[in-house]
Design a protein around this ligand. Structure first.
Ligand code: ACO
Length: 311
């Protein structure tokens, strides 16, 4: 019976049919989606922190408005994604609990600090650029609610990437000191951005199965290569240097070759030992505790309305 269901499920996936919440699905498929979608949601929520750090100090009103809108979008992405995860039978409370207890992962990239204004440009350009590269294929993910959430998210991410690049351009064309700030931010964000795509294919535990289930459409290394190929010319246009002495264009393959990634740094961050891991979780815990009265008030209000409706 189970084998027949599995076979039918795989046929539907192979035929590019969307799997919906009430459809039969293998337990492993459900579990891996809960894992990936919730990690993705946590990343959006924790990702508000490094940039939120600059909202009060944005240099102009125009920059402040753009940054506020972007950080707000990220909060919205987190909420869509928690909703998509909830269609798989987990509660948001449970997922948030996993984040606050340190059990759940979120993207490694959000554990780096944002000491200068140029970091806001570098995050938009590189981090959101990497996010788009990874997320556009997720719009075709086999699980309907995740795929549909990703369509709107990608449109917003694209605006985020543009505002970041435009900010970098303004700095790169500014005073020598501004250009130095832009270069310094690129130096610090380049390698962590490459790590966002996850471990190399031979180390990626979930890739093969996730590609068979059409959750993932491309492997971690394929997407990383596409990102490098798209981003190097953008750095050249800015007049900035990618901090990789081994970076070179291979005319034979049509791709850029790049140096070795420091996976020790990546693994340390995943273990909770990155520069800002503790600070990020602390900040989320504080927000959760400070917001307790809002949740209590909303619950009491909903109960009262329900009682009134019964009268
Ligand atoms: N940061 C933290 N953890 C990571 C990262 C990363 N950059 N890359 C991989 N990992 C984790 C995986 O979650 C997995 O952990 P787990 O088994 O404990 O759950 C482990 O490393 C092994 O990696 P893979 O086998 O390659 O995992 P997977 O097939 O899920 O691929 C990927 C990882 C590419 C991140 C995938 O989950 C994905 O596409 N997620 C959706 C996009 C996303 O979450 N983006 C967040 C950042 S973008 C933003 O928020 C702006």
């Amino acid at each position: 019976q189970e084998a027949a269901l599995q076979g039918r499920f795989q046929e539907r996936v192979d035929a590019e049919e969307k799997i919906e919440p009430r459809d039969w699905m293998p337990e492993g498929y459900r579990r891996t989606l809960v894992r990936q979608i919730s990690q993705h949601a946590h990343s959006e929520i924790v990702g508000m922190l490094p940039e939120g750090n600059w909202i009060t100090r944005a240099p102009t009103l125009r920059r402040k408005v753009a940054l506020l809108a972007k950080v707000q979008d990220e909060g919205g992405h987190g909420l869509y994604l928690y909703s998509a995860a909830e269609t798989l039978g987990v509660s948001r409370d449970e997922l948030v609990g996993q984040l606050l207890s340190g059990k759940a992962k979120y993207s490694s990239i959000f554990n780096y600090p944002t000491p200068t204004w140029a970091d806001i440009g570098a995050i938009g350009w590189l981090v959101d650029g990497a996010a788009i590269m990874n997320q556009v294929p997720l719009c075709r993910c086999s699980y309907g609610p995740y795929a549909r959430a990703m369509v709107r998210i990608c449109r917003e991410e694209s605006f985020h990437q543009r505002q970041g690049y435009e900010l970098m351009l303004a700095l790169a064309q500014g005073t020598p000191e501004q250009k130095r700030m832009a270069q310094d931010a690129l130096n610090r964000w380049w390698w962590p951005s490459l790590m966002m795509f996850g471990p190399s294919d031979d180390q990626s535990a979930h890739s093969a199965q996730n590609m068979a289930w059409k959750i993932k459409r491309f492997s971690n290394d394929e997407l990383r290569q596409r990102f490098v190929d798209a981003t190097v010319p953008q750095a050249e246009f800015l007049g900035l240097t990618i901090p990789d002495p081994e970076l070179r264009f291979n005319a034979g393959t049509g791709h850029y070759e790049f140096g070795a990634i420091d996976w020790t740094e990546f693994n340390e961050i995943l273990k909770g030992n990155g520069p800002c891991n503790r600070e990020r979780i602390e900040a989320r815990r504080k927000v959760w505790d400070d917001g307790a009265w809002v949740r209590e008030a909303a619950t009491a209000h909903a109960a009262k309305r329900k009682q009134r409706a019964l009268k």
